[in-house]
Design a protein around this ligand. Structure first.
Ligand code: HEC
Ligand code: HEC
Length: 377
C-alpha cells in the first residue's frame, strides 16, 4: 500500500464528491483496511461509535465538523486521531451519548435530533432567541404578493414538472438516441484550473479524469461499484453511502431515466434560488435519503439537485447547480455545474462535448495495481 504524503486532498469529480480531509493521511490509509470491519475493530480508541461500519467513521467526523463549523483539529491533535488530549473530544463523546438518548427516549429511536439541530454550524450553542430586525414596508408587500401567487396557482404534479423538463431538453425521442457522452473542459477549485474529462453512459455509468500536476485523479462508477484513485495511485472502492451518491450523479446525466430513478416523486413547497422561486420535486427510493430536484418554472430546466450522504450521526448534503445549458444534436445539456459540500465547492466547465459510444470496460477499476510505486508523482 502506498502512503499519501502531507495533507490529503482528494477531489473526486465524476461521482462529484469533494472529499477534503485535512491531514488525515492515516485515516485514509486505514480506509483500505476497513472493509467489513466495525469502527472499534479498525480504529484504536473508539468508545461510543463502536458498532458502526468502519468506513462510516470518517464521514461521521465530517458530519460533526460541519455541524459545529470547526476543523478536525478542534477535537484532535495532529497525526494522532486516537489520542484523547483535547477536552472537546471527550465533550463530543458525551454529546453523542446525549443525542442517542434524546432520539431513543423521545423519537422512537429515529434520528430526528442531530448535532446540527442544536449547534447550527457553531460550537457555541445559544438558547436565546434573536432580537427582531427592522422590517420595511416593502418586505410586507412582497410577502403578500408571494402568498397570493401561491394561492392562485395550482401546483403542477411531479410528472408534469418532469415531462416539461424532458420537453425542454429536447424531448424523449431525441434523448433516447443518446446513450453516451464524452465531455472535456476544466475544473475550478481553490483558485486552480485543471483539465478534466467526463465520460457518461446510460443509465448509470460515469467516469471523470482530472489531470493534476502529480498524476491523474479518477472517480468512477460502473453501475454497481464506484472507485477513486488520486495521483495515479491504486484505486480504492467507494463505501455504500458513496456508491449511492455516485449512482445518482451518474443517472442525472440522462434525464430520460429520471422517473425510473425513484419509487416516488412528489412536488414539495417552492424554494428560492437567488431571487427566483423554483419548483421543487422530491424523489424517494426505499432505504435511501431523498433527492431534491429544483426546476426553473420559466424554462422548465433542472437547475439544482440536492442529495445526501448518510452517516450514523446525520446526513451530509451535496448540492449540484447546473447552468449554461447548450444544445448539441437536438439535446440540451448543462455545460457548467458547481458541486458544493459542507467542506467546499468546485465548478466544472465543459468546452467540448461528443456523443459517441463508450465501451463498458472504460468504467471498470484498473486491476489492483502493483506498479504505482514507479508512477511519477
Ligand atoms: C467535535 C469533536 C470532533 C471533531 C471536530 C472531529 N472528531 Fe474525530 N473523533 C471525535 C471523537 C469523540 C472520536 C471518538 C469516537 C468514539 O469514541 O466513539 C473521534 C475519533 C476519530 C478517529 C478514530 C481514531 C482512532 O484510531 O481511534 C478518526 C480517524 C477521526 N476521529 C478523524 C476525524 C477527522 C478526519 C475529522 C475532521 C473531518 C474529525 N475526526 C473531527 C471527535 C471529533
Ligand atoms: C440538544 C442540543 C445539543 C445536541 C443535540 C448536541 N449538542 Fe453539543 N452542545 C450543546 C450545548 C448547549 C453546548 C454548550 C454547553 C456549555 O456551554 O457548557 C454544547 C457543547 C458542545 C461542545 C463543546 C464546545 C466548546 O466550545 O467547547 C462540543 C465539542 C459539542 N457540543 C459537540 C457535539 C456533537 C459532536 C454533537 C452530536 C453528536 C452535539 N454536540 C450535539 C447542545 C447540543
Amino acid at each position: 500500500m502506498t502512503k499519501s504524503s502531507g495533507s490529503l486532498f482528494v477531489i473526486a469529480t465524476s461521482a462529484l464528491v469533494l472529499i477534503s480531509v485535512a491531514s488525515s493521511s492515516s485515516a485514509q490509509q486505514r480506509k483500505t483496511e476497513t472493509a467489513g470491519k466495525t469502527a472499534a475493530q479498525a480504529y484504536k480508541n473508539i468508545q461510543i461509535l463502536k458498532d458502526i461500519p468502519a468506513d462510516e467513521l470518517v464521514p461521521s467526523m465530517q458530519f460533526i465538523s460541519a455541524s459545529l463549523g470547526v476543523g478536525c483539529d478542534f477535537c484532535h491533535v495532529e497525526h494522532a486521531f486516537d489520542k484523547d488530549d483535547k477536552k472537546e473530544k471527550q465533550t463530543a463523546r458525551e454529546m453523542m451519548t446525549m443525542m442517542f438518548a434524546i432520539n431513543k427516549n423521545n423519537f422512537d429511536g429515529h434520528r430526528e435530533v442531530t448535532c446540527y439541530s442544536c449547534h447550527h454550524g457553531s460550537h457555541d450553542v445559544t438558547g436565546t432567541p434573536m432580537i427582531a430586525e427592522e422590517t420595511s414596508a416593502s418586505d410586507h408587500s412582497r410577502e403578500n404578493s408571494a402568498s397570493e401567487t401561491a394561492h392562485n396557482t395550482n401546483p403542477p404534479s411531479a410528472d408534469q414538472v418532469i415531462d416539461r423538463f424532458l420537453q425542454a431538453v429536447g424531448g424523449v425521442a431525441a434523448l433516447d438516441k443518446v446513450n453516451s457522452r464524452v465531455q472535456s473542459g476544466h475544473i475550478d477549485f481553490d483558485g486552480h484550473q485543471v483539465p478534466i474529462e467526463v465520460y457518461a453512459k446510460s443509465p448509470d455509468k460515469r467516469l471523470s479524469v482530472m489531470h493534476m500536476p502529480n498524476g491523474e485523479n479518477t472517480t468512477a462508477f460502473d453501475g454497481e461499484q464506484g472507485w477513486l484513485s488520486n495521483g495515479g495511485r491504486s484505486a480504492r472502492e467507494m463505501n455504500a453511502a458513496e456508491n449511492a451518491g455516485a449512482k445518482i450523479d451518474a443517472e442525472l446525466n440522462f434525464p430520460q431515466n429520471l422517473k425510473r430513478m425513484f419509487d416516488q416523486l412528489r412536488v414539495s413547497r417552492p424554494e428560492k434560488i437567488g431571487d427566483k422561486e423554483e419548483t421543487v420535486v422530491v424523489g424517494r427510493k426505499q432505504g435511501q435519503p431523498p433527492v431534491k430536484l429544483y426546476f426553473d418554472p420559466q424554462t422548465g430546466l433542472l437547475t439544482r439537485a440536492v442529495r445526501y450522504t448518510e452517516t450514523p450521526l446525520g446526513r451530509l448534503p451535496v448540492q449540484i447547480d447546473y447552468s449554461d445549458y447548450r444544445e448539441i444534436g437536438g439535446i440540451k445539456t448543462p455545460a457548467q455545474w458547481t458541486l458544493a459540500r459542507t467542506s467546499g465547492r468546485f465548478t466544472i466547465h465543459i468546452d467540448e462535448l461528443k456523443q459517441e459510444p463508450i465501451a463498458d470496460s472504460k468504467f471498470e477499476p484498473p486491476a489492483a495495481s502493483s506498479n504505482d510505486a514507479g508512477k511519477p508523482r
